[in-house]
Design a protein around this ligand. Structure first.
Ligand SMILES: [Zn+2]
Length: 155
């Protein structure tokens, strides 16, 4: 990706640094006895409110919650549905999974995503969520029954 390390101004860099550190703190709260893979994130809404998330695993693997959905659920439960940016840190700067991309898109199709590292200041972003989830399902498409752009061709 040609977007590594982009932060436009000193205030952007300060905000990035602060939020990445908050995400690293969230990752320390991960409950991950099965994977040992800690993920933390900070979701920032349009008003500047911040919601943290960490992954929460379960012996029944499918019950596992990703950090992104934990943060989003906290935001929703606190009345926030207009999100601007998410900062996600992990050992490998992994992006949100497909489920989380769709979950985040429901409330914030214009969300900007930053992917950070647990052990260093390296990061990727901003990455538009729309680029991570092309042809996303949305309330407008579903409610209006509109055809999705460029539907797959039938053979
Ligand atoms: Zn996920």
């Amino acid at each position: 990706m040609g977007i590594e390390g982009l932060a436009n101004s000193p205030s952007d860099r300060k905000e990035l640094s602060v939020n990445m550190e908050l995400a690293r703190q969230a990752a320390k709260r991960a409950y991950n006895p099965y994977s040992r893979f800690a993920v933390g994130c900070i979701l920032v809404d349009e008003l500047g409110n911040k919601y943290s998330g960490c992954n929460i695993e379960s012996a029944s693997y499918s019950v596992t919650l990703c950090a992104e959905r934990v943060a989003g659920s906290q935001a929703i439960a606190n009345g926030s549905r207009s999100w601007k940016t998410i900062y996600i840190v992990s050992p490998t700067r992994v992006g949100p999974c497909g489920v989380c991309r769709q979950f985040l898109y429901e409330f914030a199709p214009d969300l900007q995503v930053f992917l950070g590292d647990l052990e260093s200041d390296a990061f990727l972003g901003p990455i538009p969520l729309r680029d991570l989830l092309p042809f996303a399902d949305s309330l407008q498409l579903t409610a209006l029954g509109e055809k999705r752009p460029n539907p797959p061709k039938e053979e």
